[in-house]
Design a protein around this ligand. Structure first.
Ligand code: BES
Ligand code: MN
Ligand code: ZN
Length: 453
């Protein structure tokens, strides 16, 4: 990580943060020469403004930057790519999340082209740098996976990254691939992924002390969603490399849980598939017997996420974990409901929902609870099977998708996230592109629920 340094012997330019309200009082303490510099740079403490100030020799020696006073990603999330690439230190103390904004804002996807510029470096003490880097690395791992084009991030490549993360933390990894899925009973994962040149698979990671509470994360890993035979129109297909955003978020979150050594027995399940078109593709009207044992009639091959998730969720429930959280880019409907910048959350436990909502507030990771309204279950009725995968009604698509998943869940505490996993515009700490939405909100909850005092 080059965006943070812990080398305290390095010269570092101090940065002071000032709010618009405090500007007047702050100016009263500045020298006439400093004020002249400020005014020549037009500094009024407006959002994202910064200015250089001189030392006694008249050389630029410190930075003043506007701040809204909040401990969130907007505090310094724009500065790493705004200030000249050098080393800085903060004169204004900030909390960990706000400090993480520096590194999160400096993120660029550089696999195919280097970034336009080097980020500026922020000097931190050793302990803070370690925690901040753990958080930034987790989110940036998710972003890298989402930003990778599908041609470079098919199920086998997801498996490689999955194994590498598991190896680093001494986790146990097992993978069920191709026809082995049929033998294991994971017929929905196989059906969705079998038309791809890259075989479908279920990635399974276990980590931690078996005596600790069991927490299971599940992520939708649709590496590309063409829609299948119910092919998406071009504009809807364009961004579908991100349809493994749930898996990317779950893997980033798992990495953070392991890096912070939370006292949980963690399991991570990722059904990794490509929803492709070929002669052997699954079809509208097909009926599949799920791992759970019930049958699903395929109404629409574009409602594939809930199919790969239903087998993973049913498997997750077998060991009755204390908590299951899944992440999925599941429906366009969730985006209609809360837009692209808020995670739609469904939960069976009110306390957990409230805690994760609060986690989202404190971690600048907005989530909003939506209802698991059982009365809408009628929309999932099939003439020939236990359920259809795609509802008969155009309304409440995110809710009916969540209700579909709920049929396969039999633990008391289950949380489902329907996320965008992509920043459609750049904001401080949030460059345009892949985003691990909901990761910090859930981690905050896990840390307070299971963390050692
Ligand atoms: N991956 C899509 C959902 C999606 C689309 C998420 C755009 C974020 C942005 C999912 O597999 C899908 O195609 N869902 C359909 C379901 C429908 C066929 C019941 C949808 O939401 O339209
Ligand atoms: Mn789809
Ligand atoms: Zn999809």
């Amino acid at each position: 990580m080059t965006t943070y340094s812990t080398d305290q012997t390095q010269p570092a330019t101090p940065i002071e943060l000032v709010t618009a309200q405090a500007l007047k009082a702050w100016r009263a303490e500045q020298s006439a020469s400093a004020l002249a510099w400020l005014d020549s740079q037009g500094f009024e403490a407006k959002p994202a403004q910064f200015a250089w100030l001189p030392n006694d020799e008249g050389q630029p020696s410190r930075v003043i930057a506007a701040w809204d006073g909040q401990q969130n990603l907007s505090a310094i999330g724009h500065l790493a790519m705004l200030l000249p690439a050098a080393t800085y230190r903060l004169d204004t103390p900030l909390e960990e999340l706000a400090l993480a904004g520096w590194g999160l804002g400096a993120y660029r996807y550089t696999r195919f082209r280097p970034a336009d510029r080097q980020p500026a470096t922020l000097l931190l003490d050793e302990a803070t740098a370690q925690r901040v880097n753990q958080l930034v690395d987790a989110v940036n791992l998710g972003r890298d996976l989402i930003n990778a084009p599908a041609g470079h991030m098919l199920p086998s490549q997801m498996e490689t990254v999955f194994r590498e993360v598991g190896r680093r933390f001494g986790a146990e990894v097992s993978v069920c691939t191709g026809d082995a899925l049929l033998e294991a009973g994971h017929r929905t994962i196989h059906a969705v992924g079998r038309a791809s040149i890259d075989a479908p698979r279920l990635l399974d990671m276990t980590w931690g002390d078996a005596a600790h509470p069991k927490v299971t994360l599940v992520g939708k890993g649709v590496c590309f969603d063409s829609g299948g035979l119910d092919l998406k129109p071009a504009s809807n297909m364009r961004l579908m490399k991100k349809d493994m955003g749930g898996a990317a978020t779950a893997l980033g979150l798992a990495q953070l849980v392991m890096a912070r050594a939370l006292p949980v027995r963690l399991r991570l399940l990722i059904p990794a598939v490509e929803n492709a078109v070929s002669g052997n593709a699954y079809r509208p009207g097909d009926v599949i017997e799920t791992y759970h044992g019930t049958t699903v009639e395929i109404d629409n091959t574009d409602a594939e996420g809930r199919l790969v998730l239903c087998d993973a969720l049913a498997l997750a429930c077998e060991e009755s974990p204390d908590l299951i959280v899944d992440f999925a880019t599941l429906t366009g409907s969730a985006r209609s409901a809360v837009g692209t910048e808020i995670g739609a959350m469904f939960a069976t436990n009110d306390d957990t929902a409230q805690a994760i909502y609060r986690g989202g507030v404190t971690q600048d990771d907005a989530v909003w609870r939506m209802p698991l309204h059982d009365a809408y279950d009628y929309m999932l009725k099939s003439q020939v099977a236990d359920a259809v995968n795609s509802p008969s009604s155009p309304y409440a698509g995110a809710i009916t998708a969540a209700l579909f998943l709920k049929k396969f869940v039999n633990v008391e505490d289950w949380v489902h996230f329907d996320i965008m996993a992509f920043n459609t515009r750049a904001r401080p700490g949030r460059p345009e592109g892949g985003e691990a939405m909901g990761l910090r909100a859930v981690f905050a909850h896990l840390e307070s629920r299971y963390g050692a005092a």
